[in-house]
Write a protein that binds this ligand. Structure first.
Ligand code: E4P
Length: 226
């Protein structure tokens, strides 16, 4: 399963990209709004793209297909490898169909049911983003939707990439992998938490302490010889 970072923060993206563990970044209008409002969106997106060099999803804010297509054209003029993120509404599907005919990659966002995922796939979506955490928030089982989508995709031989989004903690990442998601897009905190274990830190401290002790003993032995 590939990992993407769900962020528009350059420090977070730079750090995680330097670890070599992500192959893309997903953004949305809320993530962009959290960052410096004086930087224009085009500049911010291009900075993100230069740091990642892979998948970057950029979301449109129009709610009619023509508006979405105009925005997509503008985003693609910034960098032609952009993935256009489109909300799961009927007008969005219309735009996805047109963009897929032009071989433009699309990520259909705000998917909460397998039937929405199926419609997005049939319209030609490259990625279907299932919002796991937001379903959990309202007392539903978000990961069950990812599992259902995977099962349907395997039975039907469907091609859209299944993207587990709205990830909240490290267990979501593991559950998404077990559910058969192709990608999980994770916030910085969850991704960094997923790299840690207290026994790793404890074990490293012990290794380093033993190494220091050995060096001291070697130095002492050398001193005794002089
Ligand atoms: C997906 O691409 C979305 O940007 C994101 O995962 C939403 O997550 P949230 O529910 O934490 O806002």
């Amino acid at each position: 399963m590939e990992l993407y970072l769900d962020s528009a923060n350059l420090d977070e993206i730079r750090h995680v990209a330097s670890l070599g563990i992500i192959s893309g970044v997903t953004t949305n209008p809320s993530l962009l709004a959290k960052e410096d409002p004086t930087v224009d969106v085009r500049q911010r997106i291009l900075e993100i793209y230069s740091l990642v060099g892979g998948h970057v999803s950029v979301e449109v804010v129009s709610t009619d297909a023509d508006g979405m297509l105009r925005e997509a054209e503008e985003i693609l003029s910034w960098f032609p490898e952009a993935t256009i993120k489109i909300p799961m509404i009927p007008e969005g599907l219309k735009a996805v169909r047109r963009l897929s005919q032009q071989e433009v990659d699309t990520n259909v966002t705000l998917i909460f049911t397998p039937s929405q995922a199926l419609a997005a796939n049939n319209a030609g979506a490259t990625y279907v983003s299932v919002f796991v955490g937001r379903l959990d928030d309202v007392g539903s089982d978000g990961m069950a939707v990812v599992r259902d989508v995977r099962e349907i995709w395997d039975i039907q031989g469907l091609s859209s990439q299944i993207l587990a989004a709205s990830i909240r903690h490290p267990m979501h990442i593991i559950e998404a992998a077990k559910a058969g998601a192709d990608i999980a897009t994770c916030p910085y905190k969850a991704l960094m938490q997923s790299l840690q274990h207290p026994l790793t830190d404890k074990g490293l401290s012990a290794f380093l302490a033993d190494h220091r002790k050995m060096q001291e003993e070697i130095a002492k032995a050398k001193g005794a010889l002089v």
